[in-house]
Design a protein around this ligand. Structure first.
Ligand code: PMP
Length: 296
């Protein structure tokens, strides 16, 4: 059975999926010139909406992209799109493209940015992977240097991460560990990474080149509640090989164990007790907090 048609927010209107079209002259398509967010909603509330929108506006500001909606209007566009689709649980893809312009790359020739909100669902991995954990592969593709483009800009150009994801899959895994130019662990292709070692949780500092993930921030809060010490420190592959547990965090993946890296089991090779505890705490928090959606 075909998936039911969705209602999409596009530049001020909520239209059927079949009418939600972007020009082939949009610089988001031509050059990856734009920014995006992935946001989840649970049980009729949008999880960490303000933080996601703040990051979206920061990405836009960093690339001199004029967002045609203010913060409140953007929040309303998100909530209205979910309500129009009458969804209680799901995933939002919010994107802002530079808009239509001539074929040259000059963004000043694109008079108006486009805003798209898709309220749908996402399922990165089958339940089995949440029960058994992910197999990870170290990717040869490095995170780009912040001197090229800040890793904090969540831009529409994800080719770097896509190359790394291809390597992970070709290497027999589901997720790839991405190193920075110095060879320290930055993050995974769509998630931040944590390890447990000698009673302490370690994660790379944002300066190592990973995204300042919102689920990463939530995990840090939950670890503090559990009284587990956390340190942001440069990590190498060796640190992951010798960790007791490893888990990844991201809006789409949520909290999930990493149990193998480059054919070495991490700890017991199964999701560890701390990871399991965090998964449960994350679910409880996500299902009980957030910006409420008003349904018609
Ligand atoms: N790193 C990258 C490269 C990502 O694309 C994502 C997903 N947005 C994350 C980390 C996790 O960030 P968040 O928890 O905000 O979804």
């Amino acid at each position: 059975m075909a998936a039911p048609s969705l209602l999409i927010y596009l530049d001020g209107n909520i239209v059927p999926e079949s009418e939600a079209k972007i020009s082939v002259f949009d610089h988001g398509l031509l050059y990856g010139d734009g920014v995006f967010e992935g946001i989840r909603f649970y049980n009729g509330r949008v999880f960490r909406l303000t933080e996601h929108l703040e990051r979206l506006y920061e990405s836009s500001r960093s690339i001199l992209l004029n967002v045609p909606l203010n913060f409140e209007e953007m929040e309303k566009a998100v909530l209205d799109t979910i309500a129009a689709n009458n969804l209680r649980d799901g995933y939002i893809r919010l994107l802002i493209t530079r808009g239509v312009g001539p074929l040259g790359l000059n963004p000043y020739q694109c008079p108006k940015a486009s805003v798209v909100v898709i309220a749908s669902s996402i399922s990165l991995y089958p339940q089995e992977k949440y029960d058994l954990g992910l197999t990870m592969v170290t990717c040869a593709t490095r995170r780009p240097s912040p001197a090229a483009l800040s890793p904090q800009v969540k831009s529409l150009n994800y080719l770097n991460n896509i190359m790394a994801k291809i390597e992970a899959i070709q290497g027999g895994g589901e997720e790839g560990v991405m190193l920075n130019e110095q060879g320290f662990v930055a993050e995974c292709t769509g998630d931040n990474i944590f390890i447990l070692k000698r009673g302490e949780v370690l994660t790379p500092p944002i300066a190592a080149g990973g995204l300042d993930g919102i689920t990463r921030r939530v995990a840090i809060e939950l670890l503090a509640e559990l009284g587990v010490p956390l340190r942001e420190v440069n990590l190498t592959r060796h640190d992951i090989f010798t960790a007791e547990e490893c888990f990844l965090t991201g809006t789409a993946a949520e909290v999930i164990a990493g149990v193998m890296l480059d054919r070495r089991p991490i700890g017991t090779g199964k999701p560890g007790p701390l990871t399991k505890q965090l998964v449960e705490k994350f679910k409880a928090l996500a299902n009980s907090t957030g910006t409420p959606i008003t349904y018609p």
